[in-house]
Write a protein that binds this ligand. Structure first.
Ligand code: NAP
Ligand code: GDD
Length: 322
């Protein structure tokens, strides 16, 4: 039985990846940071809460990261833990830098010293492209991050590349574009919109305040994207891969799809609130997943319309039960 360690297992991707690895017969360990309230709801939603070995730890605490690597003796480590909300990174730039940046070194160093055969996946991000330097971004596009989050993740990306080149570790970096699901955190724009549309439809909310609705994102489904993570660690050689759909859409159009699905016109409810604009915006992201398709045989299976409908259906049911 293969052993895997997932950091960030209580997050959206952690829950989908835990399900995927358990279905493949892995023993799954999860690094979980101490929280004062329940953080395992996504694992319950995925029906995997009881099947995971939980290890206490925090990415900012090198000792706990090291202990988790030694205790789980992993064949594969998936580093998904992060302060992942871009907007919050301007308010917590140092924490974001430690967890999303230096935390990666804690993990790589533990692997180098105690488990050098372990294969490593780093959750890198299209936010590293920021102020885009090419119309469609791929593995060769120069980076230009636009937030403390993007800057911290760029450090995490390059330290992964550096440990691969310096110590011959099987360390891969997945440069993933936005991916969503019914398990997405409520602060991210897709879930904020599907939750609000469901509440408005059911008379529990009157309007929805948003920021820059002209921003464009390349949105995919988290369930498809965790398969790409796993595939990267099954290759003979470690490498970097862009994972995206190759389609970009405005926040405005995403709102239209969500509200349409419940028979409402988003224009009647969406208000623009400057409080949700960012100090520096990433206006557009559009990925080119050709390498992932060629080398990994990976293709996205879920288009935006299907994804938003899936999220709307889940939120309509959840809001009705409240
Ligand atoms: P998410 O839902 O925000 O999950 C983040 C996870 O990290 C949670 O389990 C969280 O634990 C954990 N975490 C936060 N701080 C930690 C710390 N100091 N020590 C240990 N664990 C900590 O994020 P996601 O959407 O699943 O994304 C997974 C990863 O992919 C992240 O690294 C993100 O930056 C990256 N990424 C995401 C996307 C996307 O569109 N979703 C795209 C590209 C890259 P708690 O639940 O206890 O807070
Ligand atoms: N969250 C939010 N709330 N975003 C809004 C709002 C709002 O009210 N109004 C407009 N937006 C715009 C943001 O300005 C941004 O341009 C876009 O919607 C998407 O915002 P988020 O859903 O918060 O995601 P993100 O693109 O900033 O970051 C996500 O994707 C990255 C990959 O590109 C996160 O998952 C990151 O962790 C991930 O790395």
């Amino acid at each position: 039985m293969k052993s895997a360690l997932i950091t960030g297992i209580t997050g959206q991707d952690g829950a989908y990846l835990a399900r995927l690895l358990l279905d493949k017969g892995y023993k799954v360990h999860g690094l979980v940071a101490r929280r004062s309230s329940d953080s395992r709801w996504r694992l319950r939603e995925m029906g995997v809460e009881a099947d995971i070995v939980y290890l206490d730890g925090d990415m900012a605490d090198a000792c706990s990261v090291q202990r988790a690597v030694i205790q789980s003796a992993p064949d594969e480590v998936y580093n998904l833990a992060a302060q992942s909300f871009v907007a919050a990174s301007w308010n917590q730039p140092v924490t974001t830098g430690i967890v999303d940046g230096l935390g990666v070194t804690h993990l790589l160093e533990a692997i180098r010293q105690f488990s050098p055969h372990t294969r490593f996946y780093q959750a890198s991000t299209s936010e590293m492209f920021g102020l885009i330097q090419a119309e469609q971004q791929d593995e060769n596009t120069p980076f230009y991050p636009r937030s403390p989050y993007g800057v911290a993740k760029l450090y995490g990306h390059w330290i992964t590349v550096n440990y691969r080149e310096s110590f011959d570790l099987h360390a891969s970096s997945g440069i993933l574009f936005n991916h969503e699901s019914p398990l997405r955190g409520i602060e991210f724009v897709t879930r904020k919109v599907t939750d609000a549309a469901a509440r408005i439809k059911q008379g529990k909310q009157q309007e929805l305040a948003l920021g820059n609705i002209d921003a464009k994102r390349d949105w995919g489904f988290a369930g498809d994207y965790v398969e790409a993570m796993w595939l990267m660690l099954q290759q003979d050689k470690p490498d970097d891969f862009v994972v995206a759909t190759g389609v970009t859409t405005t926040v405005r159009e995403m709102c239209r799809i969500a509200f349409d699905h419940v028979g409402l016109n988003y224009r009647d409810y969406v208000k623009i609130d400057p409080a949700f604009f960012r100090p520096a915006e990433v206006e557009v992201l559009l990925g080119n997943p050709a390498k992932a398709q060629r080398v990994l045989g990976w293709k996205p299976k879920t288009d935006l319309d299907t994804l938003i409908r899936m999220m709307m259906d889940a939120d309509m049911k959840r809001v009705a039960k409240e």
